[in-house]
Design a protein. Structure first.
Length: 236
C-alpha cells in the first residue's frame, strides 16, 4: 500500500495508527500479487493473527462466562473465529476497499469471503507486532463482544442445525434433509442455495458463501417457521 491516502483511510477504518506502516501494507497484500518465493504478502501475518484472535476470544470467554463448560466455550470460540464471522467483520470495517490482489483476483465488494477473513486476521497480526498484545486485544474486543454475547445468550451457540435436528427427530419423527438447489460463482468464491426438508415439507431456501453456512441459515429459517426461534436468534 504505497498510496498515503489509502493508508490513512485504512487506518481510520481500523481505528488504529501504525508506528510501522509497512506492517499494514503487508497485512493488506494478498499472495496473488507475488511469486510463491516472495514473503511480502499477508500469509504469515494471517497465521499469527489467527492465533492472537483465538487467545483474545478464549480469555474473554474464560473471564466473562465462569458458568460455561469447556465444551460450550469451544463452540462459542469456534463461531467467533470462524471464516464467516471474520469475513463479516472485515466487510463491516470496509477492509475490502484496501486489499491489494493480483490481476486474476477480484477486489472490492466482490472479494471472496476467505480473502476478507484472511485480511482481518492479517491486520490483527500486524497490530500485535506493531503495538503488542494489549493493542491487539483492544482492537479485537469491540468486534467480537456482541457476537459472543449473542451466542452465549442463545444457549445453542448458533448451531441451528443441531437444534433443528433434535426437535425434528423428537417432535416430528424425522431427521432434516438439506438439499443444494443451486450453485453459482467460480470455485474460489462459490455460493450455494440450500433448503431443508422435514417429512416432505420444504422450507424456504437461502444462499450462503459456503455450503455449511447455507445449511445453518436454512435451519434457522425452518426454526423460525416452526416458531422455535425469534428474530434475534434466541430459542423460545
Amino acid at each position: 500500500m504505497k498510496d498515503e491516502g489509502a493508508r490513512t483511510n485504512a487506518q481510520a477504518a481500523l481505528g488504529y495508527v501504525f508506528r510501522d506502516p509497512a506492517l499494514l501494507a503487508q497485512a493488506l497484500t494478498h499472495a496473488s500479487t507475488n511469486a510463491e518465493s516472495n514473503l511480502a504478502n499477508n500469509e504469515r501475518l494471517e497465521f499469527l493473527g489467527d492465533a492472537v484472535l483465538g487467545v483474545v476470544v478464549c480469555e474473554l470467554l474464560f473471564r466473562n462466562y465462569p458458568h460455561l463448560r469447556e465444551g460450550d466455550m469451544t463452540k462459542i470460540k469456534s463461531l467467533a473465529v470462524s471464516r464467516e464471522t471474520c469475513a463479516q467483520i472485515a466487510r463491516g470495517l470496509g477492509l475490502e476497499r484496501f486489499i491489494v490482489v493480483g490481476k486474476g483476483m477480484r477486489a472490492g465488494a466482490n472479494l471472496p469471503a476467505s480473502l476478507a477473513a484472511a485480511a482481518l486476521e492479517s491486520v490483527i497480526g500486524a497490530i500485535y507486532l506493531d503495538g503488542g498484545f494489549d493493542a491487539a486485544r483492544n482492537f479485537i474486543l469491540p468486534l467480537v463482544l456482541g457476537i459472543i454475547e449473542k451466542a452465549a445468550a442463545s444457549g445453542h451457540q448458533q448451531n441451528f442445525k443441531s437444534v433443528l435436528q433434535q426437535h425434528a427427530i423428537q417432535e416430528m419423527g424425522a431427521a432434516p434433509v438439506y438439499r443444494v438447489l443451486d450453485e453459482q460463482g467460480p470455485d474460489h468464491a462459490k455460493a450455494f442455495k440450500v433448503c431443508v426438508e422435514i417429512s416432505g415439507k420444504r422450507y424456504e431456501p437461502t444462499w450462503g458463501a459456503t455450503k455449511k453456512k447455507a445449511e445453518q441459515d436454512a435451519a434457522l429459517i425452518a426454526l423460525r417457521a416452526l416458531g422455535l426461534v425469534g428474530d434475534d436468534g434466541v430459542i423460545r
